[in-house]
Design a protein around this ligand. Sequence first.
Ligand SMILES: NC(=O)c1ccc[n+]([C@@H]2O[C@H](COP(=O)([O-])OP(=O)(O)OC[C@H]3O[C@@H](n4cnc5c(N)ncnc54)[C@H](O)[C@@H]3O)[C@@H](O)[C@H]2O)c1
Length: 353
Amino acid sequence: MAVRVCLIGAGRAGKVHANSLSHHVPLGTLVAMVDASAEMLHASGDEFGVEHRFTTLEAALDWGQFDAVIITTPTFTHRELAVMAAEASKHVFLEKPMALTLEECDDIIAATNRAGVFLQLGFMRRFDPDFVAAYERIQAGEIGQPMLIKSLTHGPGLPPPWARDLKTSNGLLAEVNSHDWDCTRWLMGSNPQRVYAEVANFKGPKYNIDTPHFYDNVSTNVRFENGGLGNITGVCPCDYGYDARVEIIGERGIMQIGDIRGQAVIVGTNRDQGYITPIYRTWPQRFAWGYIREMEHFIHCIHTGTPPKVGGEDGRWAVAGVLAGTKSFLEERPVLLSEILDSAASRPAGGGS
Ligand SMILES: NC(=O)c1ccc[n+]([C@@H]2O[C@H](COP(=O)([O-])OP(=O)(O)OC[C@H]3O[C@@H](n4cnc5c(N)ncnc54)[C@H](O)[C@@H]3O)[C@@H](O)[C@H]2O)c1
């Protein structure tokens, strides 16, 4: 029997997952949708032919005829929705960033563990064919031990207000660079230990953005526990398109993942202009296969009772990196991950959900 899924948050990312379930993952069925905006709910509900629509998760849970949820709402809602779904014994696919704080991450991990349901994080790069091939070749030892990883994500489009406010999203380091935090740790095979971040604000004035601490460029240096180094850069809004590339220098070689060209097509029509090649315009275009395969994986895990490959601990490490990077640029100094991890660990016993 197909896994019955309820989508919570029918916006940009929600529609990508709705598309995967509707067209590419036959063992999963989108049976319900939740969105706080009735307009968005009905527009997306009509687009994907979803019959059961609710404006709150509580109402959807009262109906309750589904096995799993996909949470694609803004970051500041993740803890509450993920814990509520887990407590109703629903498996949880949760978009990145996992949450705003490590305490919220811990609440989500504890709730899913208590309920015995799966938690998969929306790190689709781990399912992208290029990233998977690179990971496997590193594991096979082709370039030796990675020493230095440079990872960039440049996103087009001005982020919505919640996604550029540190209080509701943790800003660009989280919204855009969560994937880099996860992938550098995955590819390096080691946890981050110390970070130093610099930020800049070039286009904020043009868009009349007066959100405190808004930045549209970030460069973060990372030292990993195994002695490896990393550099994560983010730009958003990025006017030229969507760009996600990684370079890994190993003890025995170099590996590059991704291409600035969006298609292996070049066109020449004007000898003064030279060749023209399409660039990636959006993240759904660049990571089309990653989004499909991560959803296949989630549904497969539920079917077979196998824990997902990307879970709460991975999401929590990415949030820890984001918090360390944010502290670093706010306090203008390198920040040890232990400063972030220890303060979460010192939380009073029994705190949380
Ligand atoms: N994996 C990726 O590449 C990727 C890409 C984009 C966004 N995301 C993540 O997906 C999440 C959503 O981002 P988005 O760009 O789709 O945002 P969005 O604003 O396009 O959509 C969010 C939707 O959630 C709804 N919503 C808000 N609060 C709600 C609540 N409490 N209950 C139900 N619905 C609620 C809003 O009405 C909106 O329709 C964020 O965590 C974001 O970081 C991930």
